[in-house]
Design a protein around this ligand. Sequence first.
Ligand SMILES: C[S@@+](CC[C@H](N)C(=O)[O-])C[C@H]1O[C@@H](n2cnc3c(N)ncnc32)[C@H](O)[C@@H]1O
Length: 215
Amino acid sequence: MNEPSDTEETAKTLARYNRLAPLYDLIEVLPERSLARWRRELWALIGAGRVLEVGVGTGKNFPYHSPELDVAGIDLSDQMLQRARQKARTLGRTIDLSLMDAQQLDFPDNSFDAAAATFVFCSVPDPVQGMRELGRVVKPGGQIVLLEHVRIDRPAIIGKLMDLLDPLVVRVMGAHINRRTAANVRRAGLEVERVENLAPLGLVKLIVARPVTPV
Ligand SMILES: C[S@@+](CC[C@H](N)C(=O)[O-])C[C@H]1O[C@@H](n2cnc3c(N)ncnc32)[C@H](O)[C@@H]1O
């Protein structure tokens, strides 16, 4: 199993999300109107089987999980996870929730038919390592589906502005706004099947990938 590449950054991420947890659902009330549509689109791609949801947060995806799924969910933040547990109870869903770091998953190889994450790899300190872990725990041929806001590369000025603002945003909101997530998926050695632009200028992308099948 991999070691987390930056324990100091991971501790900072944990502290940020523990601090944000009581406010998270409130902050997201307005954006959630668009997000709900995209969440539905993502979960419609995962029909059945054992699925890992990485970075469940407060459990905003739970209403969109198909009842056919056997879902395990993880999060780095105990405060976010506590709210996810409450959400699962309210919805009457059985979801196996654990405190865990995406960069160092405590699951054997090939444990899942699919994995999903929404707005998570913007905050994982080493996203490439986290994605490598997904490639390890998802069975060959299984789907890895991500919904992520990313750096806008064109027009270039917006990307530069995002780079400038990123240190402030990450401190306040815990998320980097200038990640090139589709490129990171490739760097992690996953096979990118589809990248769909959901928001103007490609700000939000749906990325469908698979672990590379051994030959
Ligand atoms: C912006 S929130 C998104 C939560 C949820 N997926 C959603 O769509 O509302 C990011 C989540 O990723 C979690 N996270 C960040 N780094 C992580 C890591 N290394 N391992 C597991 N979870 C992580 C945070 O604790 C937080 O709950």
